[in-house]
Ligand binder design. Structure first.
Ligand SMILES: [Ca+2]
Ligand SMILES: [Ca+2]
Ligand SMILES: [Ca+2]
Length: 320
């Protein structure tokens, strides 16, 4: 009897190993994600994340999600964790994995143009990083600026603390150094952020593709200023008036999608720094926070998913 039972269990184990559950215990199409520094989206405003496996050059959705404060994938509506996605098709020939942001009330089942993370696959895994050109160059870019309001010097020469220009003197030379070209899908944008209240308030100083040219709105509504990115936030121009050396402002360079998906800074903020109270005489510098703040992710699927542990007791339970 004992011998016979043992044979049955061995046969059962062989069937389990050969069945559709497959040897790893994962189902066909299963894929697991983990993320670092990927921000939680407001689904009504920002939309949702969607995973994509590129198979034969075609995107196959692995499902939509949001992330919680820890970066774990969650259902965008319920907030319940999504430990495992299923793409509904075999992922073993996927060449890359991408994460997009899809707009709110998205009627289009295809990926949006806004891919934030991307990685090639190897051995059922993909290490994803920001889907930007030349991330390594970006990570070593530097930034400096002066406070000055040259565009309104015909009416006010005493308000230099109300303008910021990404240039260095003597020269002037570009103050933003080593920024890679972003191509047509992305653009740089300068910001000053008022941090005097509980919620930071960003104000754009214009978009630009090169550190050595006038940005999208020059010094402000009345134009002027040196041929570098910057802004005069003075009475002469139409925007708000700020004393930037009050200790209440942070200068930020972000990378925005084209077309832009929202009025505030996008999640990529490679350069940032407090504007010091002596910036009118000393200028200021931005720190590079690419490596510290940019999102990354890991996708595991197929052979990389942990094997289901079918021990002796499980086999016996299945026999019973
Ligand atoms: Ca001035
Ligand atoms: Ca500007
Ligand atoms: Ca934006």
């Amino acid at each position: 009897m004992f011998h016979g039972k043992c044979l049955v269990i061995t046969a059962l184990a062989a069937i389990i190993l050969a069945s559709g559950a497959n040897t790893s215990g994962a189902a066909i199409g299963d894929i697991e994600f983990s993320f670092t520094n990927l921000p939680t989206l407001d689904p009504a405003v920002d939309g949702v994340y969607e995973g994509w496996a590129i198979i034969g050059g075609m995107p196959v959705s692995t499902g939509i999600f949001n992330v919680d404060a820890m970066g774990n994938p969650v259902d965008p509506v319920s907030g319940n964790p999504i430990p495992l996605f299923n793409a509904g098709s075999d992922l073993t020939t996927a060449t890359s994995i991408k994460i997009s942001i899809e707009p709110p009330m998205d009627p289009d089942p295809a990926p949006s143009g806004l891919i934030v993370l991307s990685g090639t696959t190897m051995g059922g895994m993909s290490d994803m990083s920001a889907a930007l050109p030349d991330l390594s160059m970006l990570a070593s870019a530097t930034g400096s600026y002066i406070l000055a309001t040259p565009s309104d010097d015909s009416v006010d020469t005493m308000n230099g603390n109300q303008g910021i220009w990404y240039l260095s003197m003597p020269g002037p030379a570009a103050g933003l150094v080593g920024l890679p070209s972003l191509g047509s899908s992305w653009t740089y944008e300068g910001w000053i952020v008022d941090i005097s209240s509980g919620s930071p308030m960003p104000y754009s100083t214009g978009t630009f593709d090169s550190a050595a040219m006038t940005d999208s709105d020059a010094a402000g509504c009345n134009g002027g200023g040196p041929p570098f990115p910057g802004q005069d936030l003075t009475a002469f121009h139409c925007g708000p008036i700020f004393d930037l050396d009050s200790g209440d402002f942070v200068a930020v360079i972000s990378i925005e999608p084209v077309p832009d998906n929202g009025p505030g800074p996008f999640l990529f903020k490679p350069l940032a720094g407090m504007i010091p109270t002596d910036a009118l005489t000393m200028g200021g510098a931005l720190g590079n926070q690419t490596n510290a703040t940019f999102p990354t992710g890991t996708a595991s699927f197929g052979e990389a998913l942990p094997a289901e542990d079918l021990g002796w007791s499980e086999l016996k339970n299945m026999y019973r």
